[in-house]
Design a protein around this ligand. Structure first.
Ligand SMILES: Nc1ncnc2c1ncn2[C@@H]1O[C@H](COP(=O)(O)OP(=O)(O)O)[C@@H](O)[C@H]1O
Ligand SMILES: [Mg+2]
Length: 244
């Protein structure tokens, strides 16, 4: 049984159908990449899984239980954490306060303290500046804070929406290192990226989404073999080394 399984998921925004029958699965321990150009429906997919904007038809099953009709808070409680594209940082709260918000689902104080220590070891900049306003962090640091906060909920599935977006090349490298490290430590990750080359380099499997439908899926090698990577599909998609 897959940890997460989407079957025939449709999502609508009024007259627009942003997802047209998506099938996607994530196994325990996998790093799965969901790639595709701007407007393909990547964020919509994560929103549907997190219950932020519901699927209109189809099923989403997490750990054997349907979640497509559940409230987003309930889905979070089941262990799905979303780091949104805008990072969702509260700039006027301190870094530590932002982090503690991530641990609201964890009741045991000792567990929270241990987890906070672990996150501070992983992201030393957050420890150094724990008492400062989160708004004083750079874009890359805010992305680290957003991921750290998600980790504090001890998620069974971590979903990252374009974590490299807007970062300088050095910080993009650092971000992909962090993602790889988390995966190696056993965190199950669904990674949305426009940076196809970098995402495929890390992923166990990947899905290519084009205007609401899958155009390819499989191992990174299968995807590279099955699509003309320089032509049609990469029209609006970033490759490694480009900024945007
Ligand atoms: N809140 C919304 N209201 C109306 N249309 C939306 C909304 N969010 C996304 N869309 C549309 O749904 C499609 C998929 O968007 P999105 O999931 O954000 O794509 P991606 O994340 O791949 O760039 C696009 O056509 C977009 O314009
Ligand atoms: Mg998006």
């Amino acid at each position: 049984m897959s940890l997460l399984e989407l079957s025939n998921v449709h999502v609508r925004y009024g007259a627009i159908t942003a997802l047209k029958g998506l099938d996607l699965r994530v196994e325990q321990g996998e790093l799965v990449a969901l790639v595709g150009s701007n407007g393909a429906g990547k964020t919509t997919t994560l929103s549907a899984i997190a219950g932020v904007h519901k699927a209109s038809t189809g099923s989403i099953v997490f750990d054997g239980k349907p979640i497509h009709a559940k409230r987003s808070a309930d889905i979070a409680r089941r262990g799905i954490a979303l780091v949104p594209e805008d990072r969702g940082i509260f700039p006027s709260l301190t870094i530590e306060e932002n982090l503690r918000l991530g641990s609201y689902l964890v009741r045991d104080k000792k567990t929270v303290a241990d987890e906070l220590d672990r996150v501070f070891d992983r992201f030393p900049i957050l420890k150094e500046r724990a008492g400062q306003g989160a708004g004083t962090l750079s874009g890359g640091e805010q992305q680290q804070l957003a991921i750290a906060r998600a980790l504090l909920s001890q998620p069974r599935l971590l979903m990252l929406d374009e974590p490299s977006l807007g970062l300088s090349p050095t910080l993009v490298d650092r971000m992909f290192e962090i993602i790889q490290q988390l995966h190696e430590e056993g965190v199950t990750i669904l990674l949305v990226e426009q940076n196809v080359t970098r995402a495929l380099a890390l992923a166990n499997r990947a899905y290519v989404l084009t205007t609401g439908s899958l155009t390819a899926s499989g191992t990174p090698q299968e995807i590279m073999d099955s699509i003309d990577i320089t032509a049609a599909y990469l029209g609006g998609v970033q490759v490694a080394g480009t900024e945007g």
